[in-house]
Design a protein around this ligand. Structure first.
Ligand SMILES: Nc1ncnc2c1ncn2[C@@H]1O[C@H](COP(=O)(O)OP(=O)(O)OP(=O)(O)O)[C@@H](O)[C@H]1O
Length: 347
């Protein structure tokens, strides 16, 4: 008999009792139960390579492992070119055709495609028509994204509610604008891009540098809006955002931190524990210093300077990468993934 055994269960729930079901029934049960809980995303030993002329292929992501869970905001940080956008693209299934990927990415513990409408992806560029107002932009988007069966009034209401969620109600009649005519500010444009992606209330949201080009006040405003989506209307959302150099206020909004350098994990764990990790490896954050400034200074290998007496950024990064591999944080990640992952065992 083709029966299946499971030990899945979220980090918050105890393992479900062992059950005997057909494979289809089993997968349907898991999908249904997980839908209630939200979206769990796990990745293990994720490797990504790109063509590198005659030299074969160049590794971009070198065996990354991690997870994102409902009700939490995961920030992906690291120096420019470390692979933040590539990781987001790989997780969202958006890598280009010339890019090769190996490793395991699971959604709700199962190998499956992201179903239409379950996820949103806010790219770095705000691709909108400059001649439309913020309201018109979102109404057209609603028209395209919602089913034909939904009334125009309902679509408009959903669009208005989403504009309010992102604090754009006062800019509803302002043109998006562009280089030829002034319109929305940079921060408002970013928020409108986010509105387009959250219109259908996806449970999984990817954001690539949502604060790029914004000053620290606007960044905080945008990130607070994003963080408020984590638990809205009784739904727990999973949010994964790549971010360059957050202010200390923005940093406090993150639940989990994935810190990368040259495609390797320097740290993956609670954002509030990163200081302790750096400190225990001999790189304490100076008092009154923005923690993210400190982390990025230590692990930016582009400018191989001394971070401490006689220790270069290259050496410091190697110390942290190797320390992380044998750390409790790394074990915790593996344990969490094991809890989330569904074991499909043919008996
Ligand atoms: N399709 C591709 N072909 C060749 N190289 C690529 C490709 N995609 C990414 N890369 C390279 O992979 C590395 C990581 O790129 P990625 O955009 O993921 O970095 P990032 O951390 O998001 O950088 P930034 O913060 O500057 O946006 C870079 O060196 C980039 O040039």
């Amino acid at each position: 008999m083709n029966a299946l055994l499971t030990n899945y269960g979220s980090s918050n729930s105890s393992p479900a009792p062992l059950i005997m079901q057909s494979k289809q029934e089993f997968v349907a049960t898991v999908e249904e139960e997980r839908k209630e809980e939200g979206m769990f995303l796990t990745w293990e030993d994720l490797q990504v390579t790109v063509p590198n002329g005659r030299k074969g292929r160049k590794p971009i992501l070198k065996g990354l492992t991690g997870y994102a869970q409902p009700g939490k905001l995961l920030a992906i940080m690291g120096p420019s070119g470390c692979g933040k956008s590539t990781l987001l693209d790989a997780l969202a299934g958006r890598l280009g055709s010339n890019i090769k990927q190996t490793g395991k990415i699971l959604i709700n513990g199962l190998k499956q495609e992201l179903a239409y409408g379950t996820s949103g992806y806010v790219t770095q560029d705000d691709a909108m028509l400059s001649c439309l107002t913020a309201g018109e932009t979102l109404y057209y988007s609603a028209e395209l994204q919602f089913p034909k069966s939904m009334s125009i009034t309902e679509k408009k209401e959903r669009a208005d509610a989403t504009l309010r969620e992102m604090g754009l109600q006062d800019a509803i009649n302002t043109r998006v604008g562009g280089w030829s005519c002034k319109g929305l500010s940079g921060g408002q444009k970013r928020r409108l891009s986010i509105c387009i992606e959250i219109l259908t209330h996806p449970r999984l949201l990817f954001l690539d540098e949502p604060t790029s080009g914004l000053d620290s006040a606007a960044s905080f405003h945008v990130m607070t809006g994003i963080a408020s989506l984590i638990l809205k209307d009784g739904i727990q959302r999973t949010i994964v955002a790549s971010i360059h150099q957050p202010s200390s206020q923005v940093f406090q909004l993150f639940h989990h931190l994935c810190l990368l350098s040259s495609g390797e994990t320097v740290y993956f764990g609670p954002a509030s524990h990163a200081n302790q990790f750096f400190s225990s490896n001999g790189f304490p954050c100076p008092p009154l210093y923005n923690p993210s400034d400190h982390y990025l200074r230590i692990i930016n290998k582009d400018f191989d300077q001394d971070v401490d007496e006689g220790i270069t950024t290259e050496e410091a990064t190697n110390i942290l990468v190797s320390s992380y591999k044998s750390s409790e944080y790394r074990n915790h990640v593996q344990n969490e993934i094991a809890k989330i992952t569904v074991n499909l065992i043919d008996l």
